[in-house]
Write a protein that binds this ligand. Structure first.
Ligand code: ADP
Ligand code: ZN
Length: 331
C-alpha cells in the first residue's frame, strides 16, 4: 500500500527510481496532457527507455473537462489496442486531472496495472498524488466514481514548477498553507514537509474513515463555494476562503485569536488568493454545506482549529455560525 516517494530537482534520477521498483522490460503507457507533454514528455520517455521498456504515450486535453468516464474509456481502448497486461505500467505525468484519470484507469484495467505518479503541479505534488485516491466526475458530480490506488512510485521533480502558470501556483499554495496550519509547520512549509504530513495522516487512516478528515480543513465551505459558483472558481481559491471561515468560527468560539485569522488573510493575499468574494445568497452556501459528501449522520463536519497544528473535527457547527463566518469573506 505504501508508495516510494522520491523528491528531486530534475528527472536525472528517474531511471534509478524505476529500477528500484523493477519497472524494466515492460510496456509503459505515459498518460499526460497536451501542455505537459510538450514540456516534459521527452525526459520521462528517455528515462523509461533507459530501462528497456517499450513506451507508449497517451495525451488527454488539459483541464477538468477531461476528468470523466469517456477519457477513462479511451485509455482502456488504448491499453487494449496495445495489449497491456497486469505486469505493465501506467505513468501519470501531469497535474491532478491526469493523475486522477490515469490512476482510475490503471487501477481498474484488468483489475489493476502497476501505477506511477509524476506530478507536475504544486497541488498534485503535495496533495492529489499522495494518498491513493483516484476518480472522475460523473453527471456533474465531482469525484463520484473512483478507487483507492496507491502508486508504486511517486517521482517529484520540483523544477517543473518553474513553468507552472501563476493561477495554478496559487491553487496549490492554498493546500500548502492548509498543510502548514494543520501540521504546525507555519504558513509556508516546504514541499517535503507537506508530503511527509500527508503520508503520515494517510498511513494512519488509508480508508479515509476518521483521522484523514482533518485534511478537509477549509473544504466544507470550500466545496460549497465551488458548487455555488458552478466550478468557475478554482478549488484552491475556494479552500482558501473556506479556511478563513473555519478560522473565523474557531475565533468566535474563543479557540484561537482573531489575529491568527488576519494573519491567514495576509498570507493568502500574498500568494495571489482572494480573501473575499461576492456572495449574493449566503443561505444557499449553508444549504450546500448540508449536501457535502463528507456529511456524517446528517451532521455537517467542520475542521476547526484550537491553535496551529491543533485541528479538531466538529459536528456541531450551526447554520448561524456558518452564516456569520460567510460575512468574513463576503465583499
Ligand atoms: P491540478 O488538478 O493539479 O490543479 P490540472 O491537471 O488541472 O491540475 O493542471 C492544471 C493546468 O496546468 C493544466 O492546463 C496543465 O496542462 C498545466 N500544467 C500542469 N503542470 C504544468 C507545469 N509543470 N508547467 C506548465 N503547465 C502545467
Ligand atoms: Zn483540496
Amino acid at each position: 500500500m505504501s508508495s516510494v516517494v522520491i523528491i528531486k530537482d530534475s528527472f536525472d534520477e528517474l531511471p534509478k527510481a524505476l529500477a528500484f521498483i523493477a519497472a524494466s522490460h515492460r510496456k509503459v503507457c505515459i498518460v499526460t496532457d497536451e501542455n505537459v507533454s510538450k514540456l516534459y514528455a521527452e525526459p520521462v520517455i528517455s528515462s523509461v527507455e533507459a530501462l528497456e521498456n517499450h513506451t507508449f504515450i497517451y495525451e488527454i486535453k488539459p483541464g477538468e473537462s477531461s476528468k470523466n468516464p469517456e477519457t477513462v474509456h479511451c485509455i482502456y481502448d488504448f491499453l487494449i489496442e496495445n495489449r497491456f497486461n497486469r505486469d505493465d505500467y501506467v505513468i501519470a505525468l501531469g497535474g491532478g486531472v491526469v493523475g486522477d484519470v490515469a490512476g482510475f484507469a490503471a487501477s481498474t484495467f484488468k483489475r489493476g496495472l502497476h501505477f506511477i505518479q509524476v506530478p507536475t503541479t504544486l497541488l498534485a505534488m503535495i496533495d492529489s498524488s499522495i494518498g491513493g485516491k483516484t476518480g472522475v466526475n460523473y453527471h456533474g458530480l465531482k469525484n463520484v466514481i473512483g478507487s483507492f490506488c496507491f502508486p508504486k512510485l511517486i517521482y517529484i521533480n520540483k523544477n517543473v514548477l518553474s513553468s507552472l502558470p501563476e493561477v495554478e501556483r496559487a491553487n496549490g499554495m492554498a493546500e500548502l498553507i492548509k498543510t502548514g496550519i494543520l501540521s504546525s509547520n507555519g504558513f509556508n512549509p516546504e514541499i517535503e514537509k507537506c508530503i511527509d504530513f500527508k503520508k503520515l495522516i494517510t498511513a494512519e487512516d488509508p480508508d479515509d474513515e476518521h483521522k484523514r478528515h482533518i485534511l478537509n480543513f477549509g473544504h466544507t465551505i470550500g466545496h460549497a463555494l465551488e458548487e455555488y459558483y458552478g466550478y468557475a472558481q478554482k478549488h484552491g481559491q475556494c479552500v482558501a476562503l473556506g479556511m478563513i471561515c473555519a478560522l473565523d468560527i474557531s475565533a468566535s468560539r474563543g479557540w484561537i485569536s482573531s489575529e491568527l485569522v488576519d494573519e491567514l488573510r495576509d498570507v493568502l493575499a500574498q500568494n495571489g488568493l482572494k480573501t473575499c468574494i461576492r456572495i449574493p445568497d449566503p443561505l444557499k452556501i449553508s444549504e450546500l454545506c448540508h449536501s457535502d459528501k463528507k456529511i456524517q449522520n446528517n451532521r455537517i463536519q467542520f475542521i476547526l482549529l484550537k491553535g496551529m497544528g491543533n485541528p479538531v473535527i466538529a459536528e456541531d457547527v450551526t447554520d448561524e455560525e456558518i452564516l456569520k463566518s460567510l460575512e468574513a469573506i463576503n465583499e
